[in-house]
Design a protein around this ligand. Structure first.
Ligand code: PEP
Ligand code: MN
Length: 348
C-alpha cells in the first residue's frame, strides 16, 4: 500500500499516521517530495483497510500495490493450475487439451440423459453437464429432479465414462452433490453466496465457478479466493455472459474477460456460450471466439429434442448441431495451440 499525503502535511500528523500504520504490523518508508510525502507500507497490509486510511487527516490518496486476491493470482503462482477431473481417462482442465462439457440444462429422465451423454461423447465431449437442482428465475418453472437427478447423472457417468458437472445451490447439499458429481458447479446467481463458497471450499472436489450476472472480474476472482482460502484450490472459472443493455442476446459474452483472467490468475477459464447467447444459432460462433481468445474449454447445452426441453430449449443445440460445431472447432483449437480429444478429431 502506498499513501500520498496532501501538500504541506504537518510533521506531527505524519508521525501519528506512521504510528497508526506500524501498530498494524507494517513498516513504513517515507519519501519527501517538494510538497507532498509518499509513505510506502512494507509487509502484510491485510489488517489495514485502505478506505479507513484514506480518512486520516493529511491523506490525499491510497494506492493498493497488491491485488486483493492472493491465492488466485498469477503473482502468487506463475504456472497455470491443472485441475484433474478424477475420471478413468485422467482428464485435466487447464492444460493443452480443451475440455468440452456438454449436456442438457436440466436432467429430465434417465433415457434422455443417457441418449444425450452417448451422443455428445460420440462427438468428442469430455464431460457431461446436467442440472439436478435448478436455480429458476420463476418459482413456477421446473426446479429440477433434485436428488433423483444426481442418481441419474451418476448412472450416465457409469454408462459413458464421462465425468459429471452439476450445480449445487444449498450449503446443506454440498456433501450429497459431491458424492455423485466429479465437479460442483456454482451458478451465476450464487457467485457471491459466501456460506456456499465456504462449503465447497471444504470438500475435495473441483469447483466450476460461474461469473455472476453483474459481477466484475475482480469480484469473480475474490469469489474464487473464498473457495481457495478454505483449502480447495481446484477452482475453474466460467465466463457465461454478463447483463448489459443489449437485448438481442440473453447476456453479453465478455470475450475480453478471457485474456484478462488468463493474465490475472493461474486458474483455468472456460466459457458457456449457451447462457451467453440464449439462442442456439449463435452458440457455435461464440464457442469459436472463446477458444480463439484462449479459453481452456466450453460448457454447452445440448438436448436431443430441444423443442421438448423442460428448461433452456431455445439455447440448446441438437446432437447434430453439437457434432457440426465440434467439427468446426478443430481448426480454431489448432490455431490457438490447443487440442481436442482423439474422439473429436476422429469425428471431424
Ligand atoms: C446452467 O448452467 O444451467 C445455469 C443455470 O447457468 P448460470 O448459473 O450461468 O445461469
Ligand atoms: Mn441452463
Amino acid at each position: 500500500m502506498i499513501i500520498i499525503t496532501e501538500a504541506g502535511i504537518p510533521e506531527a500528523t505524519l508521525d501519528a499516521l506512521r504510528e497508526h500504520l506500524e501498530q498494524h504490523g507494517v513498516r513504513t518508508h517515507v519519501s519527501h517530495g517538494t510538497d507532498r510525502v509518499v509513505v510506502g507500507c512494507i509487509g502484510d497490509t491485510s489488517q489495514l483497510d485502505a478506505g479507513a486510511v484514506r480518512r486520516w487527516p493529511g491523506v490525499a490518496s491510497v494506492v493498493p500495490v497488491r491485488t486483493p486476491y492472493r491465492l488466485a493470482s498469477r503473482e502468487f503462482r506463475a504456472s497455470s493450475t491443472l485441475v484433474p477431473l478424477g475420471d478413468a481417462a485422467g482428464t485435466t482442465l487447464g492444460g493443452r487439451q480443451l475440455v468440452i462439457a456438454a449436456g442438457p440444462c436440466s436432467v429430465e429422465n434417465a433415457e434422455m440423459l443417457v441418449e444425450t451423454a452417448l451422443g455428445v461423447r460420440a462427438h468428442g465431449a469430455t464431460m457431461l453437464r446436467g442440472g439436478a437442482f435448478k436455480p429458476r428465475t420463476s418459482p413456477w418453472g421446473f426446479q429440477g429432479l433434485g436428488a433423483e437427478g444426481l442418481t441419474l447423472l451418476a448412472e450416465a457417468r457409469a454408462a459413458t465414462g464421462l465425468p459429471v458437472v452439476t450445480e449445487v445451490m444449498d450449503p446443506r447439499q454440498v456433501d450429497l452433490v459431491a458424492e455423485h458429481a466429479d465437479m460442483l458447479q456454482i451458478g451465476a446467481r450464487n457467485m457471491q453466496n459466501y456460506p456456499l463458497l465456504a462449503e465447497v471450499g471444504r470438500v475435495r472436489r473441483p469447483v466450476l465457478l460461474k461469473r455472476g450476472l453483474s459481477a466484475t472480474i475482480t469480484e469473480l476472482l475474490l469469489a474464487a479466493e473464498h473457495i481457495m482460502a478454505r483449502g480447495n484450490e481446484m477452482v475453474v472459472l466460467c465466463e457465461r455472459g454478463i447483463r448489459t443493455y443489449e437485448t438481442a442476446t440473453r447476456n453479453t459474452l465478455d470475450i475480453a474477460a478471457i485474456p484478462v483472467l488468463k493474465r490475472e490468475t493461474h486458474l483455468p477459464v472456460i466459457v458457456d456460450p449457451s447462457h451467453a447467447a440464449g439462442r442456439a444459432d449463435l452458440v457455435p460462433a461464440l464457442a469459436y471466439a472463446a477458444i480463439a481468445a484462449g479459453a481452456d474449454g466450453l460448457i454447452v447445452e445440448v438436448h436431443p429434442r430441444p423443442g421438448e426441453a423442460m428448461s433452456d430449449g431455445d439455447q440448446s443445440l441438437t446432437l447434430e448441431a453439437f457434432g457440426a460445431m465440434m467439427r468446426m472447432l478443430a481448426p480454431f483449437a489448432q490455431a490457438a495451440g490447443r487440442t481436442l480429444t482423439a474422439d473429436a478429431l476422429v469425428a471431424s
